[in-house]
Ligand binder design. Structure first.
Ligand code: CTP
Ligand code: CA
Length: 218
């Protein structure tokens, strides 16, 4: 059947997918979070698994069910996400759909009290998981990043492709498609240029991307 043929296209390939936000604690009751539902990343993990891939899904805090046949690792912070990705290596491809917090703060051991006024938070930069993977001796042969932008998604995506040394960037404009929706309009950016895909459900985009991944790994 065509379903079986599609299933075989990624048989035995190990692929890592990151999805969802990360949460960075401030004190025992507060955190910094990124806005991501995890829907696009989970749909990609499911589409890859449907094609026979062995998928490790590293998920930040989301309220989504695990698609069948997928090994899911739940994490909270960017540091935990990076450790989980590294522990899952080697992989033939990695698709970094997560919205990772760029910064963390020194965590207060006890609840900050309102009466003490707005806290002076001590910020530091989180590791860039995607850029780190690109520079790693265990670099997956196909490395895909995402870029959710409010400016020129194609130009920002092209700059990110070069800066992070990944193979493809899936860029979208979150002022057109606010994060958390069921549809998406994306641009696939590669060394060959930018392809603008028509607006579609996240599930359709996931299947289209999975097909392209299968072609690239074939
Ligand atoms: N990413 C990552 N680790 C980080 C930040 C981002 O792995 N600490 C990944 C994301 O999962 C995504 C890609 O890098 O695949 C681009 O993320 P984005 O936030 O758009 O890039 P930044 O370099 O953080 O740039 P910006 O200033 O636009 O946030
Ligand atoms: Ca960022």
């Amino acid at each position: 059947s065509s379903a079986l043929a599609a299933q075989q296209k990624l048989a035995e390939r190990h692929i890592i997918v990151t999805a969802g936000p990360t949460h960075e604690p401030i004190d025992p009751v507060r955190m910094l979070a990124n806005r991501s539902s995890g829907k696009q990343g989970f749909a990609i993990a499911e589409a890859l698994a449907d094609m026979g891939a062995r998928v490790t899904l590293v998920a930040g805090p989301v309220t989504l069910a695990t698609p069948p046949g997928i090994a899911r690792i739940d994490v909270e912070t960017a540091a935990e996400m990076q450790a989980a990705v590294e522990a899952a290596l080697p992989a033939e491809a990695a698709i970094m759909a997560a919205a990772v917090a760029d910064w963390r703060v020194d965590v207060a051991p006890a609840k900050l009290k309102k009466a003490d006024g707005p806290p002076a938070l001590a910020w530091s930069a989180n590791p860039d998981i995607l850029a780190g993977l690109a520079a790693s001796p265990q670099r997956p042969r196909l490395l895909i990043g995402f870029a959710a932008e409010t400016g020129n998604a194609i130009a920002e995506g092209q700059a990110k492709l070069a800066r992070k040394r990944c193979d493809w960037i899936v860029a979208n404009d979150v002022s057109e498609d606010p994060m958390g929706g069921d549809d998406n309009k994306v641009h696939l950016i590669t060394a060959d240029g930018a392809e603008s895909w028509e607006r579609a459900s996240k599930r359709e985009i996931a299947h289209r991307l999975a097909d392209r991944i299968a072609d690239a790994l074939a």
